[in-house]
Design a protein around this ligand. Structure first.
Ligand SMILES: *[C@@H]1O[C@H](CO)[C@@H](O)[C@H](O)[C@H]1NC(C)=O
Ligand SMILES: *[C@@H]1O[C@H](CO)[C@@H](O)[C@H](O)[C@H]1NC(C)=O
Length: 331
């Protein structure tokens, strides 16, 4: 399996992502021929009109899925966008997974399809879509806006050369919801199974994209989800009678893979990057015995306190955070 290196991004502390706004839970109103999804605080309104697709539209997409307007954006969308729900789960009470699909601005017939799996766990796919990889970008800082956000074209969008699919996962995140409250208790395994179910059903609704090269991408907590989803796709591709997803690879940035290994790596990492003194490093090594995470030893804790006071927070995190542009709407 090839690993696609779309970009590499290292953020010293994943807690940066934890500070990113989680999309507020959606309240949904459905009326004849029209779906209006309203996200409370952000007042994000996506209007999906049941208009006949324009001549250049992708053929055979589900009726009513084309997005004709995007909140806070006045111009024409740079390519065809679609949105809607895919129902997953086999019990009588179903889970409804919200997706948003922005086709490639180059050639959606041949360009890859990339699904973005967001981190958190449980941040809406929109947080990456509207802040970094999508064709539209929220104007202003990467922090909750009190007012209805304005969006503008993103010159660095991945849709310049690929079609991007985002999904709110698991049900309960963003606009995705379940008919059964118990479903809101999830785990990594159930999430992967729902994602596979989602993908196979999504591809049966968007069959014209089934032959395109398919990639999975994500950051942070999706380091736990994406490789397992990749494995599930490869496994299910072997089943007869199932949809065969043209899976090519996956890309992870800043991935969470193993809490213990990662948290124990901070100290050697900071030392090798020249962020802490030889003296502090030697003290940490001798008092913590290589265990920098969940170590209750008083002298280790005292050195860890020095460590957290000094290198990362001062040299990376604070500078990064303070370099975001300020705007009146910043919380
Ligand atoms: C996209 O690629 C296909 C296959 O190579 C080609 O037939 C089609 O003309 C291309 N479309 C555009 C808009 O370039
Ligand atoms: C994960 O969730 C599924 C579905 O709710 C459940 O059947 C399974 O036992 C759970 N697995 C673990 C390890 O908790």
């Amino acid at each position: 399996m090839q690993i696609m290196r779309l970009f590499s991004l290292i953020i010293a502390f994943r807690s940066v992502e934890a500070r990113m706004p989680e999309m507020v839970r959606a309240s949904t109103a459905i009326s004849a021929g029209r779906v209006v999804v309203v996200a409370g605080a952000a007042a994000l309104v996506v209007v999906l009109l049941c208009a006949a697709p324009a001549p250049a539209a992708v053929e055979a997409v589900p009726a009513g899925a084309e997005v004709s307007e995007f909140p806070g954006f006045d111009g024409d969308l740079p390519s065809k966008h679609y949105a809607g729900y895919i129902t997953v789960g086999h019990q009588p009470l179903k889970r409804h997974m919200y997706y948003y699909f922005a086709t490639s601005e180059r050639n959606s017939t041949t360009d890859p399809v990339i699904i973005w799996i967001n981190g958190g766990p449980a941040c809406s796919g929109f947080s990456a879509f509207l802040h970094s990889i999508g064709p539209l970008k929220i104007e202003g800082p990467m922090i909750h806006a009190r007012d209805e956000p304005r969006t503008k074209l993103n010159p660095f969008s991945w849709t310049k050369m690929s079609s991007v699919l985002l999904v709110d996962s698991p049900a309960g995140v963003g606009y995705s919801y379940s008919e059964n409250e118990d479903d809101y208790v999830t785990n990594d395994t159930s999430r992967v199974l729902d994602l596979y179910d989602f993908l196979s059903k999504w591809f049966s609704e968007y069959l014209e994209f089934l032959s395109n090269p398919f990639y999975i991408a994500g950051c942070s907590y999706s380091g736990v989800i994406v490789p397992v989803l990749a494995q599930e796709i490869l496994k299910r591709n072997e089943d007869n009678g199932r949809i065969k997803i043209n899976f090519k690879g996956y890309s992870l940035c800043n991935p969470a893979v193993d809490v213990e290994i990662e948290n124990n790596a901070f100290v050697p990492y900071a030392f090798r990057m020249g962020l802490i003194s030889d003296e502090l490093y030697q003290n940490l090594v001798s008092t913590c015995n290589g265990k920098y995470w969940n170590n209750k030893g008083p002298s280790c804790l005292a050195n860890l306190e020095q460590f957290h006071k000094k290198p990362m927070r001062n040299m990376i995190l604070v500078r990064c955070l303070s370099s975001f542009p300020k705007a009146p709407s910043m919380v």
